[in-house]
Design a protein around this ligand. Structure first.
Ligand code: SF4
Length: 343
């Protein structure tokens, strides 16, 4: 992994942020592109947020990118471009919680801080047969205390990475490879013959599902209207086609017209359905229904004062969009290359 071959604190920090909630194989190309575009904290601090989000597009959890960008500015302004090497200082940076702080300090600076991520928690819960709900605060504190005691102060970075790696590659959530595990003789769950029974966790409720209707509104020059999401909240700072959630019992074209009326103060005529995209987020699923629309009354004015732009289709790739919107854009590009299919 490229981030294991560097001692640059910024690159280590970046990799730890990317690896939160993201698999190694998915994060790797993003990491490589990011480091190439922004090799230093200062380069990241000087970049436009749009450029940062565009490189992050598809990785999800966009607050990570926004926080990283804000934190880079803070490092540049308050720490002379050097990633802080103390726990108190690094925890002041936006988006740097106990896990990221411990990981960066131990790996980049050999500071004795034990990490507790999902992989480490699972390994410890199995080895010590912790029969408590893994997500509970009390359990996390108990696991953190265990990790603190176990940490080898002579090589904290190696120790942390070894336990994380063990959890990611051997002590996996299902079918752990116990015969290959160096902790087998010390592992309580293995001795009980029930490693997969640990850690204890509550059953997850099924994800709610929402239907979303969006309008693809073209102006006379063939440009399409996009709107930027508020910076705080889900997918914050990304661009999207305007629209919103279907109300109970509402027909989808009506949802589209109503949302555009409420959001942009315009009336549109639905010309044709453009496509349906299913997408799952962490806490819910959506079906995105897109409609090609014609503006029949009003000039778009955002009711929430959000930025808007009319953009030629060929320039849409310059903006960062959520995954489901990006799939609509791919379809727009295809139809642009094959205009006879537009009818
Ligand atoms: S012996 Fe099995 S359950 Fe125990 S730590 Fe190793 S892989 Fe995990």
């Amino acid at each position: 992994m490229p981030w294991r071959e560097t001692d640059d604190p910024f690159h280590i920090w970046l990799s730890e942020v990317m690896l939160q909630q993201t698999r190694v194989d998915q994060a790797r190309p993003y990491y490589e592109r990011f480091v190439e575009a922004f090799p230093t904290v200062t380069a990241l601090a000087e970049a436009e947020l749009d450029a940062v989000l565009r490189l992050w597009e598809g990785l999800g959890y966009y607050s990570r990118a926004r926080n990283l960008h804000r934190a880079a500015k803070m490092v540049t302004e308050e720490f002379a471009g050097q990633v802080p090497a103390t726990y108190e200082a690094i925890r002041r940076l936006p988006g740097v919680g106990p896990y990221t702080a411990a990981a960066v300090l131990s790996i980049a600076f050999d500071a004795p801080h034990a990490v507790l991520d999902g992989n480490v928690a699972r390994v410890l819960a199995r080895v010590f047969t912790i029969e408590e709900e893994i997500g509970a605060g009390r359990t996390r504190r108990r696991l953190q205390a265990l990790a603190d005691v176990l940490l080898n102060p002579d090589c904290p970075g190696d120790f942390n990475q070894a336990v994380m790696e063990l959890g990611a590659t051997i002590c996996t959530p299902s079918a752990p490879a116990c015969p290959a595990c160096p902790l087998q003789s010390a592992c309580g769950a293995y001795a009980l013959g029930t490693p997969e029974a640990f850690p204890f966790s509550k059953k997850k409720a099924p994800l709610p599902h929402y239907d979303i209707a969006v309008g693809l509104i073209f102006d006379d020059e063939g440009r399409i209207l996009i709107q930027r999401r508020p910076e705080d909240g889900l997918l914050g700072g990304l661009w999207e086609f305007p629209g919103g959630k279907r109300e109970p019992g509402e027909a989808l074209p009506e949802t589209c017209r109503r949302e555009l009326r409420e959001e942009l103060n315009i009336e549109v005529e639905i010309e044709a359905p453009f496509g349906t995209i299913n997408h799952a987020y962490t806490h819910f699923k959506i079906t995105l229904h897109a409609f090609r629309c014609r503006l029949v009354a009003g000039e778009p004015v955002s009711s929430r004062a959000l930025p808007m732009q009319w953009v030629p289709i060929e320039r849409l790739d310059e903006f960062a969009f959520p995954r489901a919107n990006r799939r609509l854009i791919e379809r727009l590009h295809y139809l642009q290359d094959n205009p006879s299919l537009f009818d």
